[in-house]
Design a protein around this ligand. Structure first.
Ligand code: NAP
Length: 279
């Protein structure tokens, strides 16, 4: 499993325990270097590779497009080509940001991606590389990840930041015009394992169930943490940014239902489990 020290990667590696899963982190294999991928495949001789590595800071992607494409698209192309040549299945993680956000009902796996920022475009390019290079693929799109490990690019989670700022008595202003499904990496990891075990290749949306705005999510974080602090609703315009973001990126779980895989729990349950785990 590539990206083993990341927030999803670490939960996924733990979840795949018992299946002879081996984790490799960035220091062990740089997926931008095809020779390192080839050496890893030759050494471990896996039947399946799972790639959770990405360049996913949305603002940095916008200003460093060449880095975003190198990791999210070109490296995925190399990985898929090398896996296909060795008849190894490849599972890859993508994002709700491949959609433009114009919908008002959840996006299905068959909806056409139309990304509106460099991150989304580079991840969609990675999806195209994966699906063009190998039919032996699982493509998992997920959304708003948070986990016990925390994102390696940010070093904290949104929930953690809300709790810390509220406890420090700092004012909280949170956007109420972006709707998605913040998802707990452990729930996502468990569902990914269940899909892998079906052996049914294809594209799957894997997020917690339901949807909310970041304001709703912040309210739930404080209430579930027993913190009584006001949160001011605001809109994205209040936070000038380089990258445009989809206003609505809720993902439907049609493919999971078709595969007979249990749907992940509601986002509130995922959040409560995460808060328990980080108390
Ligand atoms: N975070 C979200 O909200 C979110 C939402 C939707 C989809 N996703 C997708 O979900 C996946 C996992 O995200 P995450 O939040 O778990 O990310 P993460 O915590 O940042 O983990 C990503 C891992 O990839 C490694 N990595 C980066 N570049 C690499 C390279 N060239 N070669 C090898 N390893 C490399 C990083 O190592 P270093 O830190 O050492 O560089 C890090 O350990 C990604 O595909 C992302 O696009 C994330």
């Amino acid at each position: 499993m590539i990206g083993a020290s990341g927030q999803l990667g670490s939960d996924l590696l733990a979840t795949l325990a018992g299946l002879d899963a081996v984790g490799v982190d960035h220091a062990m294999v740089d997926i931008e270097r095809p020779a390192e991928i080839a050496a890893m495949l030759a050494h471990h001789k896996p039947s399946l590779v799972v790639n959770t590595a990405a360049y996913h800071n949305v603002e940095r992607c916008e200003t460093h497009a060449e880095r975003a494409f190198a990791v999210n698209a070109v490296a995925v192309d190399s990985l898929a080509t090398l896996c296909e040549a060795a008849e190894i299945a490849l599972a890859h993680i993508s994002t709700d940001y491949v959609f433009d956000g114009a919908h008002s009902i959840p996006y299905t796996e068959s909806d056409r991606p139309a990304p509106i920022n460099v991150y989304g475009i580079s991840k969609y390019a990675g999806e195209l590389a994966l699906t063009a290079r190998t039919e032996r693929h699982f493509l998992f799109r997920t959304s708003g990840l948070y986990g016990v490990r925390g994102s390696s690019t940010k070093g904290y989670t949104f929930a953690e930041r809300m709790r810390e700022q509220a406890r420090a008595g700092k004012p909280l202003r949170v956007v109420d015009d972006i709707t998605c499904t913040p998802s707990y990496t452990l729930d996502v990891a468990r569902t990914i394992r269940a899909v892998l075990e079906t052996g049914r290749f294809g594209t799957y949306h894997v997020t917690n169930a339901g949807s909310c705005t970041w304001y709703d999510f912040a309210v739930e974080v404080l209430s579930a943490s027993g913190i009584d602090a006001p949160i001011e609703r605001t809109t994205s315009d209040a936070f000038p940014a380089f990258a445009r973001r989809p206003r609505y990126s809720v993902l439907a779980h049609d493919a999971l239902a078709r595969a007979g895989v249990p749907l992940p729990p509601d986002w509130r349950l995922g959040l409560h489990d995460y808060l328990q785990a980080t108390r």
